[in-house]
Write a protein that binds this ligand. Structure first.
Ligand code: PA5
Length: 430
């Protein structure tokens, strides 16, 4: 198979060979055409469309927010916040703010009274903008949080509150759309043919991360590169489809859990985004790999024991970015009481990379197959590429399982049951 400029996939200790993978060539080609005929596939071409005016208006509003606020409160759940939080955490400093960015706080991702109460108290000494994001416009978690935040903003800013609330929702339908139109809030549209967990590269993810200081032009350039390169229907030339086939074969061989692993803590929220993408797209009809994640080396001292020695149900997908901004050398200490002076010619990132190699070798001995996905650098461009790569792989992978990648009946079931219970409670109280 051909090796590509951006993503390199290797199989360090995995019995899969090229010939077995390529037996899926015909099926992949058929599914490729089938996917293109589906609704909900607007995300496929979105990065290669002319989005200049959208990116300009997002950057324009982001500049206004950064100039007039200390904090942007993003309200959303599931696909309406996971992608933004993933990008923000991967590309902004661990402590403090990115250059040219302000703080972004997420609410409406849970229904904890303690959480929202604390957020309100935290905001009191700060200037605030709100970006409420909901495709359906009626999901309980963000709807409740928006009720609270809207009243809070009106109390603090009076008539000016409406200038500080930005709504990202459907172009035509939904309760949120009605509220936004009536109040005259500024709005960004979530395209009708792009579902929640495939929407991170639209205004859903782009406005929050632009405010956090991420270069969204770079991010979308990377995504565009991926959209062009991964448009191939030929399995031999499409890395995303190869990854989809690899995980599918391993699943067929009896592995039931895929562990996304990386050695960079800034990627742990990216793991969460990936988990939702695959979990919600594939976990249907009693099928699907269970997507789980580990952040190494931290988790090697926790769940690492199970991976190495527990039930043989999992394989690992190891994400590796060769270049990470920020590093330091191990300092020399003349006392050498800890016996670590032999490492003083090494940097932490070098040692981390060696720990990755050591883990792969140990997992080979422990019979854990590894799919390694390598990218040159952890930056906006390559993250944009990788996000698109996983979305493309996910659609193919779900179709190989013969489930619909774009619906989420299980989530709807929970929403329905909760509403029924809330209504029964109301009747009982009355
Ligand atoms: O991927 C999905 O479709 C879901 O995770 C949704 O994003 C989530 O349920 C939130 O829905 P909404 O944006 O309609 O509030």
């Amino acid at each position: 198979m051909c090796s590509k400029e951006i993503v390199k996939i290797t199989l360090p200790n995995c019995s899969l060979d090229e010939q077995t993978i390529l037996t899926y060539k015909g099926r992949v080609r058929e599914i490729h055409s089938h996917i293109l005929q589906q609704n909900s596939t607007g995300w496929i071409d979105f990065p290669i469309q002319n989005n200049e005016s959208l990116l300009d208006s997002i950057n324009y509003i982001a500049s206004e927010i950064k100039a007039c606020a200390d904090v942007l409160v993003v309200i959303g759940v599931g696909g309406s916040f996971l992608g933004a939080r993933a990008i923000q955490e991967a590309l902004t400093p661990y402590f403090g703010l990115a250059k040219g960015g302000i703080e972004v706080v997420y609410v409406g991702l849970n229904m904890s009274g303690a959480y929202i109460k604390e957020v309100l108290a935290y905001l009191d000494s700060k200037q605030v903008y709100v970006n409420v994001i909901s495709k359906s416009g009626g999901t309980m978690e963000p709807a409740l949080a928006f009720r609270v935040m809207r009243l809070y903003m009106e109390e603090r800013y009076g008539d000016k509150a409406k200038e500080r609330i930005i709504v990202t929702t459907d172009a035509e339908k939904g309760i949120l759309k009605g509220i936004a139109d009536k109040a005259g809030y500024r709005q960004f549209v979530i395209p009708d043919d792009i579902g929640g967990r495939y929407s991170v590269l639209t205004a859903v993810g782009l406005l929050p991360v632009a405010v956090a200081g991420v270069d969204i032009i770079e991010l979308m350039d990377g995504a565009r590169h991926a959209a062009t390169e991964l448009a191939q229907s030929d399995l031999a030339f499409n890395d995303a489809y190869q990854y989809a086939v690899m995980r599918h074969i391993l699943h067929e061989q009896g592995y039931s859990v895929e562990l996304l692993a990386s050695f960079e803590p800034g990627l742990s929220k990216f793991h969460e985004w990936w988990k939702q993408l695959f979990g919600e797209s594939e976990g249907k009809d009693r099928k699907g790999l269970y997507p789980s994640t580990v952040s190494f080396s931290t988790d090697l001292h926790a769940i690492g024991q199970y991976i190495q020695d527990g039930r043989r149900i999992m394989f690992e997908t190891l994400l590796h970015f060769h270049e990470i901004e920020g590093d330091m050398a191990v300092p020399y200490d003349a006392r050498d009481e800890d016996g670590l002076n032999y490492l003083t010619n090494r940097t932490f990132n070098e040692i981390n990379a060696i720990s990755k190699q050591g883990t792969a070798l140990a997992h080979a001995e422990g019979d854990v197959p590894v799919i390694q996905i390598e990218l040159p650098k952890l930056d906006a461009y390559h993250l944009g590429y990788l996000i698109y790569f996983f979305m493309k792989a996910c659609a193919m992978s779900a179709c190989l399982l013969e489930v619909n990648p774009f619906d989420q009946p299980g989530v709807e079931a929970y929403k329905q049951k909760m509403l029924e219970l809330l209504k029964v409670e109301k009747v009982v109280k009355e």
